[in-house]
Design a binder for this molecule. Structure first.
Ligand SMILES: [Zn+2]
Length: 265
C-alpha cells in the first residue's frame, strides 16, 4: 500500500501499484484460459503508476473515458476494450478515445471472453445467480470452449412470466419467441452468443437466453423446439464488471465506481 505524505491534503489516500493490480487481475480473471480471444485482454493502455480510484464499465468509448476522467479514476476495467486483434491507425474516433485516456493518465484494462466465462465473476454465472436459476453445468461453446452456463428454474414457468422476470431483473425489454411454452432449463450466453443455440439441442435445454437478437436463430430454435430470449447485449453484460468491481473494493479497499452507458441494444 502507498500512502500520500500527510499534510498535503490532510488525510491519507490509499493507493496500489498499477503493476500489482494488473498481475493480480491477470491471474484472478484467468486470462490465460483464452489465448485465442479476439480481444487483447489485460492492460491495453498504461496510465499512472499508482491506482487510488477504480472505474468499471461495459464498453470502452469516449463518453466512458471522459466520465472516468471527471471522476478522478486512475484505472478503468471494461468488458469490451479498445484493441481487437491490433490497431490499424490512431485517427478519428480511435484517436479521440486514446487521447481522452492519455490526457487523464488513465489505465485501461480489458477482459472479454474470460469475463463471460468466469465461474466466480463472469457475466453468465452472474446472470443465473441474479435470475435465481440453480446452476447445473457449462453451456454454450464459443471458439472451442464453453463460456456459458445452464441451470434449472425449480418449477415450470410460463414463458411470458419468465420473460417478465428477466426484464425486471435486468432492467431491459427482451424480444423473444416461444416454442416450448414452459421454462424449466435455461442456458445463458451473454452478448452476441446466439450460435450457442446448438448446445441447447445437445444438452436438452428448453430455453436459451442471449443478448443480441439474431434472425438466423429463429428457424433453428423452431426446429429444435427451444424458446429464445434476446435480453440485450448491454443488459446481459453489466454483471461481470460489477462482480469484479465488488471483489476489488473488498480486496484493495479502494473506491470503485460503475460508469453506466447503456446502448439499449
Ligand atoms: Zn459483449
Amino acid at each position: 500500500m502507498f500512502t500520500c505524505p500527510s499534510g498535503s491534503i490532510g488525510r491519507q489516500v490509499k493507493a496500489f501499484a498499477l503493476r500489482r493490480l494488473v498481475s493480480f487481475l491477470d491471474s484472478e480473471l484467468g486470462l490465460s484460459e483464452f489465448p485465442k480471444d479476439e480481444s487483447i485482454n489485460g492492460l491495453q493502455v498504461e496510465g499512472k503508476e499508482r491506482v487510488a480510484r477504480i472505474g468499471i464499465a461495459v464498453d470502452a468509448c469516449e463518453y466512458v473515458f471522459r466520465e472516468a476522467a471527471a471522476k478522478g479514476i486512475d484505472f478503468l476495467l471494461v468488458h469490451h476494450g479498445l484493441i481487437w486483434g491490433g490497431l490499424r491507425s490512431i485517427r478519428g474516433a480511435a484517436r479521440k478515445r486514446i487521447k481522452a485516456l492519455l490526457d487523464a493518465d488513465i489505465s485501461l484494462y480489458a477482459c472479454h471472453l474470460p469475463l463471460d466465462w468466469h465461474p466466480k465473476y463472469g457475466n453468465n454465472a452472474e446472470l443465473l445467480r441474479v435470475l435465481s436459476i440453480k446452476e447445473m453445468g457449462e453451456f454454450g461453446e464459443y471458439h472451442g470452449k464453453r463460456i456459458g452456463y445452464w441451470g434449472r428454474t425449480g418449477r415450470p414457468i410460463p414463458m411470458d412470466e419468465f420473460v417478465k422476470h428477466v426484464d425486471k431483473t435486468l432492467k431491459t425489454r427482451s424480444s423473444y419467441v416461444d416454442f416450448r411454452k414452459k421454462v424449466r432449463n435455461v442456458g445463458v450466453v451473454s452478448g452476441g452468443g446466439w450460435s450457442a443455440i446448438h448446445d441447447a439441442e445437445e444438452l436438452g435445454i428448453d430455453t436459451f437466453l442471449t443478448g443480441e437478437p439474431s434472425h438466423s436463430a429463429y428457424h433453428l430454435a423452431k426446429e429444435m423446439g427451444v424458446n429464445l430470449i434476446f435480453a440485450g447485449h448491454y443488459a446481459t453484460e453489466t454483471f461481470g464488471v460489477k462482480a469484479v468491481g465488488g471483489m476489488l473494493k473488498k480486496k484493495f479497499g479502494l473506491p470503485v465506481e460503475f460508469i453506466d452507458s447503456p446502448t439499449g441494444l
